[in-house]
Ligand binder design. Sequence first.
Ligand code: B12
Length: 462
Amino acid sequence: MDQYLLLCSYVLLLVGKLEGLSQDADFAIATGIKWLETQQDLNYGWGEETPRVVTTLALLGRLNHTRENGKTVGRLDSDIGPQDCSNSLQQLVAKQLEVELMLELWRPRTDERNPGKLSLFILAFTSLCYDVRNFHGHDVLSQLLRHEPEAPYELGLSVLATCAAGGYPKRRLLRKIAEIVNDPPQLHMADVLSLSAMALICVARNGQRETTVPRAPIQIPSQTGIQKAVSSLLKSTMEKVAKAQEADGSFGNEFSTSLAVQALTNLDYRVDGWDERKAEQWLIDRLQSDGSFGTVGITSQILLALAGDGGFSQIDRRNCPSGTTQKGLELPLEVAFSPSAIQSKIGVQITYILWIDRNVTDVKELEMKVPEKTTFFEVMKAAAELDPNYEFSATIWPNGHYVHTIGGRREQPIGFHFWLLYRLPFRPDPKNPPPTDYVAPSGVDDIIVQNGDYFLFWYKNI
Ligand code: B12
């Protein structure tokens, strides 16, 4: 296994050089792949991140073919070069991916099924050229179509996966994307716009193909109308993404930047008004000494961005020919908070506030003194010990804890009520609530509290 992956890294290194990737990007991709290899578990997967990593490796494996032809065509199980590596990788990894998807599909049929997660599996299998409409007799795509996404990011992911797998996204969902693009959410705006752009790239590309062989003659006039609408929406979406670039070249943080660069570097759909080199450099500068960009998830996303070839937007079933004891799916682990007394007499003074509802119907406030270099997660544990209103539950993700319940109040995805965390240098005033600029850019584990900080966890409809 090691040899195959090392070989893959080596071939990719050469491919990058041949195809003129900047040398630094080239190096970062090679070391990133090597690092991902070290993170693989005994089941040949990457736990919860298996679909993302497989997608990245599959797309990078296709790079040679892609760049030779200047188009995103190619298959993983033919030709020479990286495809051969991916073929070996396919054999070793695909079974694990299959088991993980099976487990996802076997879940009880409740609203709990997550269209976003299903979409990531569909994208992974499609990049390996599987037919997701016939996955051991199951039509996975129709499962996705049955679970309509509500959240903006999931919507983009679901339309992208449907289109990439060769399906036809519902017009209603395209209309919803248009609404989101016209009035993007303030929270995670760059991420949502970038994913919407990638979904629209796929729809625009395949709409163009459909016109030559229309599915049903009656659809021709409206199809053309939709195509026009999609291309103009795509253009404005990409322009909005481009505009989100900041002076340092990034689009916010690593997550947003990797998605934005993928959206803006598709070979067939380009807009001006952003600096590609600067964005690439910003990402390269995030390379750590161990060869990673942080977590498995973010490393695989950044590698796709650095490949400069449209990332997720190039996944397309139409480019494919027809055709261990498994640990299984690692669901996010539910954690019951375990108390830890970190209140301290010396250290930094902070205030931890809870607000309920958009119009702030309930307020709780706790002043605390904690040792220096304490994470906000530790503060939350100490607060829960002091006051039951601050007891909380969280799920663990690769990037840390995600808080879904505080003081017995659980998030409500239906209705979009979530706990959002603000970090402020002043006491927030319910009569004049803080703007989203103060929403913390990372989760509770990555925040080191500082003297005078105010933390507001606000349960609100977003
Ligand atoms: C949708 C989303 C949300 C939704 C989640 C709704 C839900 N429960 O279903 C809402 C709006 C509530 C949200 C909240 C937050 N989010 Co958010 N979120 C996203 C987004 C846009 C898409 C995630 C997704 O659906 N992926 C597809 C599914 C299939 O993959 P998934 O791995 O199962 O996704 C789940 C996790 O990502 C989790 N999640 C969402 N946000 C966060 C944040 C953290 C820190 C963790 C550990 C998990 C987590 O919920 C997702 C859905 O179940 C990503 C953008 C991105 N580029 O990934 C940001 C992103 C993950 N969020 C981020 C942040 C910072 C937050 C907040 C901390 C913001 C804040 N200060 O309040 C809060 C979390 C606070 C808390 N309660 O702990 C960052 C994480 C950065 C980092 N360094 O780790 C990201 C990457 C956005 C960005 N570019 O900065 N988020």
